[in-house]
Design a protein around this ligand. Structure first.
Ligand SMILES: *Cc1c(COP(=O)(O)O)cnc(C)c1O
Length: 387
């Protein structure tokens, strides 16, 4: 059996070596390292793939979030609501910009922002909502967009984990994750579903004026060379990374399918285990699809995350490592309990779900190169330990 990895970037690279190497060589041969033609080509390819008017590449997914918030003109004291159960980057940029982060609880079945908690957190100071499409599954965007419209709020989709996912609205309309709100952001960190070989990120929007503002912000606030109209940042996707991404983008749908196939195998293997809850797409309020969403592709399984309900999560974590099966606890601490983001306004009773999830979740190996032998070994090892 091949050695099991959490993410198998080497195995994936071996299959696309020629096209990736050609792209990189093209950059080396022209020395157009910054803002070269491949950056513009990748940008145009991604706009077409996502069906969005504007893609603005930038240096990483954290910058993308920060720049999106700057572009919307959010100001000190504005409240921005996001999920308590996510990677810290989401809340970090809110705090960094001196906006006020407001963390709310998530749903137990989708791990995404809880709509009732979101509604309850709205105050006259609320200016924006940041739904995070966690682990690759799109949040309930019907409800988020409805609430945003009712209260005149911006929606910034943190799509770092769900690029390629499709969302089907209640009325049947389909849209790619990240293109639904006022603005969406993503990360091309190597282990993300569309990863480059370094750091990278992008911002998406259908709003022409916002796209113009953001293009200036990523480039030192310049709209005319050496005239700085606003305070900006330096945040670029370099040409080599754009070349890698241009070579990989045509494969994104097949990568999403490979992940879904692995998820299907896992789901089936754990279906009758009374102490394991598998990730579900069933209860996503907008979907009528089954166990794994083949119809609307709303989940691209950036992570495959189980809940272990018999209190043996930490023992399982160790047992799997002892058996050569990498695994991870995403996330071990709720954001509201992190030193950097503690706030007297929060009550522990506001977060029953995240407080439970941090003790029960475990993420299994999930990538495009998992084979049946590996999946069988992983699932048998788990089912023999958790009964
Ligand atoms: C990875 C990630 C980010 C940050 O992306 P970087 O490119 O690492 O800066 C932001 N939000 C979420 C949910 C992520 O998973």
């Amino acid at each position: 059996m091949k050695k099991i990895q959490m993410v198998d970037l080497q195995g994936q690279y071996a299959k696309i070596k020629d096209s990736v190497n050609n792209s990189i060589e093209q950059v080396l041969n022209t020395s157009a390292y910054i803002n070269g033609p491949l950056v513009h080509e990748f940008q145009a390819d991604l706009e077409k793939y996502l069906g969005v008017k504007h893609v603005i590449p930038c240096a990483n997914g954290t910058d993308a979030l920060q720049i999106a918030m700057m572009g919307l003109g959010l100001e000190q004291g504005d409240e921005v609501i996001t999920a308590d159960f996510t990677f810290a980057a989401t809340v970090e940029v809110i705090a960094l910009l001196k906006l006020t982060p407001v963390l709310v609880d998530v749903d137990e079945d989708t791990f995404n922002i809880n709509i009732d908690a979101l509604k309850k957190a709205i105050t006259p100071k609320t200016k924006a909502i940041v739904p995070v499409h966690l682990f690759g599954q799109v949040a309930n965007m019907d409800a988020v967009m409805e609430i945003a419209k009712e209260h005149n709020l911006f929606v910034i989709e943190d799509n770092a984990q769900a690029i390629g996912a499709n969302y089907t609205f209640k009325n049947g309309k389909k849209q790619k994750a990240g293109t639904i709100g006022n603005v969406g952001t993503t990360s091309f960190f190597p282990s993300k579903n569309l990863g480059c070989y370094g750091d990278g990120g992008a911002i998406f929007t259908n709003d022409d004026a916002l796209a113009h503002t953001i293009r200036g912000i990523v480039n030192h606030g310049m709209y005319t060379r050496y005239y700085h109209d606003v305070v900006g940042v330096n945040s670029r996707l370099d040409s080599i990374q754009a070349g890698v991404l241009k070579a990989k983008l045509p494969l994104l749908d097949s990568y999403c399918n490979a992940r879904r196939n692995a998820a299907r195998f896992y789901n089936k293997a754990f279906a009758n285990n009374p102490n394991i809850i598998t990730p579900t797409t069933k209860s996503n309020a907008t979907n009528s699809c089954g166990e794994i969403c083949d119809v609307c592709d709303c989940h691209v399984f950036h992570q495959y995350t189980l809940q272990i309900t018999n209190g043996k999560r930490d023992e399982l974590h160790k047992h799997l490592l002892d058996n050569g099966i990498p695994n991870a606890i995403y996330y071990p601490v709720a954001l509201h309990a992190q030193k950097a983001y503690k706030d007297d306004r929060y009550n522990e009773t506001d977060f029953p779900v995240t407080n439970k999830l941090i003790q029960t979740v475990i993420s299994l190996p999930m990538h495009t190169e998992l084979d049946t032998e590996q999946l069988e070994f992983i699932t048998n090892t788990i089912n023999n330990f958790i009964k």
